[in-house]
Ligand binder design. Sequence first.
Ligand SMILES: Nc1nc2c(ncn2[C@@H]2O[C@H](COP(=O)(O)OP(=O)(O)OP(=O)(O)O)[C@@H](O)[C@H]2O)c(=O)[nH]1
Length: 884
Amino acid sequence: MDKVKIQEIADEAGLSNADLLDKAKELGFDVKAANSTISMENAGILVDYAISGTLPKGFKKPGSKAKITVVKKKEETVEKKVSTPSDESETVAKPAAETTVDTSKVTIEEKVEEVAPDSTEKPAVKKVKKRKGISVVSKKTETEAPATIEESEDKPQKKTLSRGGIKIVRKAKPAPVRAATKISMDEQTPYVSKKKPKKVAEARDSGTKIDIFNHDSMSGDIDSGFGEEEVVLLDFSDKNIYEDMMRQEQKRKEEAKKRELAGVGTGKGKQAFRPQQKRSLKRGGKRKKYEKAESTEVVTSVEIPENVRVYEFAEKVNRSVGEVIGVLFALGMMVTKNDFLSKDEIEILAEEFEVEVTTVNPLDELEIAEDHDAEEDEANLEERPPVITIMGHVDHGKTSLLDRIRTSKVADKEAGGITQHVGAYQVEKNGKKITFVDTPGHEAFTEMRSRGAQATDIVIIVVAADDGVMPQTKEAISHTKAAGVPLIVAINKMDKESANPDNVKAQLSEIGVMAADWGGEYEFVPVSAHTGMGIDDLLETILLQAEVMELKANPNRKAKAVVVESSLEKGFGPVANVIIKNGTLHVGDNVIVGKTYGRIKAIKLDDGSNAKEIGPSTPAAIVGLNEVPGAGDELIVMDTDKEVRELAEKRAEYDRAKALSKSTKASLDDLSALIAEGQLKSLPVIIKADVQGSLEAIKGSLEKLRNEEVKVNIIHEGVGGVTESDLTLADASEHSVVLGFNVRPTGAVKKKAKELGIEIRTYTIIYDLLDDVKALLGGLMSPVISEEVTGQADVRETFVVGKVGTIAGCKVSDGVITRNSKARLIRDGVVIYESKIASLKRFNEDAKEVKNGYECGIMLENFNDIKEGDVIETFKDVEEQVTL
Ligand SMILES: Nc1nc2c(ncn2[C@@H]2O[C@H](COP(=O)(O)OP(=O)(O)OP(=O)(O)O)[C@@H](O)[C@H]2O)c(=O)[nH]1
């Protein structure tokens, strides 16, 4: 132990092997070649001798008697005579706890002095070494006394370093420099403590001082703390190292100052880590690593996009991804570096890292530089038609009313006009146009609003006079009010005998919609979609309201429009039904619509005619986009096709990245796993069904579904399609699933579900639905069994043992061969037999497993025809739960 080869010393000292070997021989060391070893002590002597020609006082060549004194305790010396200075004969200094030299006093300053290149004093080597938490201070004394150790702080300044200033300990690993570096023990501690914090602390307390010359002999007692790892050969006179060190020191000081000024603490843990920053000299990679950590600047405020991934956040706040994940993990949130952070998570992280976080909409970046919503000069504005959406409870006559208004318009026009479905249409009343959005219901309305693309100016709430206010009436009113859009109430079915408009007024007044003739602020218009009664009144009321609103737009600018519907039409490709919000759209314009783009090839109006250009509030179907855009997407005209293409690509890329991110909501696969692990105690579901009957049936059955661990928790149920509010609800409850029966989510809802990471499962057969949920809850799905190869062994020779059978002498070539595992015999790539490992032996001993690279004896169950060159492969079956 603790011997070092001549060639290693030569390497470190920068001498040739031959030279060093000669010198070693001169000193009488027992060496023959470069790979001969000598003790660490002798190595030190040799290097000094080779470099400076000096020998420690009292050095005697082997054969002569040496007298070595060891300080065991302060003032307690033990003398021991040895016949030779060979490794074994040297004196052991046990690192007693009470040893008193406080090595922490070996400070950086002292060391720097020692290394001063102009030092002319006799060379001496000062060695500071920590082994298993023991500080070892060694030196060559200038006294005549045998190599005796005194308290290092007594005369440390007097020690000069040889040109090499070399400290040799060991070389096996390029371990962090712990010895003979210009590090005060205090500074060294955090570094060392990475490995042996406790022992280092002890060492500091004990401050043991031991002659390095006794190193070997003492190693028997105290070695192995750092193993055989250190060879530290530092030339302190090296100007570059010194300067480098000073530079780093300076840099650190500056950074520390900066931090202080910033006044930002990084938490206690960090503070405790700081002493590292003072570390002066480290070698190679280690030093680099710490420099990196040290250059970390504390970020105090940062602007991040609303949708930020873990690694992006880490970058922004100048933290490692690990730190970010760690903080969330500690709070039970599992994220990977590519996951998007939720608002809550961002908040937590901001607090933890003491960073002020401002979230910005990432799409702002992707918005068009030209501000379409900028204040228009009044002079450029012209009156534009109002855009109307009709909403109301089911069967109260929305479609009938729209049809009636449209027919009246068509009738007004010349006969034979073929109407084109463009998602909206225009009628004319008193020479003024009114645009009606063709898709009644608040889904489309809300959809558009949720995308910030409000196209509607006025909402007509249809209430059947014979039915009164119903749930969807209320919902529609809430949506309208939330959007800040004025509403007009159309009391429909006035032709019916049972019509009771006062009842409608009374009911609506209860929910804050008071009729104007009752002293309120809302216009109520009695109509009949069947007879056409009140339609004119309704249109006039709309125009009046529009006038009050002073709806205006600038037709002389590039167009901005909103998509109300879109589809893929045979012969036309993607078609978007749009309503122009501002400006004028021309055939040939380059447009971006959400993530799609293109050049307008054709504009079709609601009367079936083609137009070259259309102005504000005009509905039309446009052709020329590369893909089908989404309802609610905004169309914007840009100057060049390059611009629109690039922006569309950026937006698409953004969406892709977002979709790729792991959702915060669980898919059914994840749920299955969570249930299997017993982590999920109840399965929150939202049920939507086509009719009340099936809803009740499903609800009843689901409520009965439960086992000991898990039950279904119906958080919401309803008749009708899956809506955005269902998704909002699902989004709010962890691990929820939306189950639909005989309903299909619309494109937009589907899209949102994808965005939110919510799984919508739809069924047409109740039993399928129940089966899925049952399987989910009970983990009853039959598992898929796949195979995993665990090891392979090459048959080197075979032994036939009497009654036992054939034993294959093998060498494991891959993995691990385990006793009793399933195995197959492969000959020339063909599977000959499949059974299991009946016996596995290593050196005649039964073995449980034999690892790659080792030899073993294998017997296969019921198979003896094993030949040299065969391969035995072991494998196991892996069960995988089937996912839904
Ligand atoms: N008597 C009478 N019946 C009407 C009137 N308006 C609509 N209806 C009838 O009411 C029923 C529903 O009319 P729709 O126009 O389909 O009602 P809706 O609100 O569009 O219904 P959904 O599209 O299902 O939401 C139909 O049978 C219509 O014929 C009306 O003014 N008078």
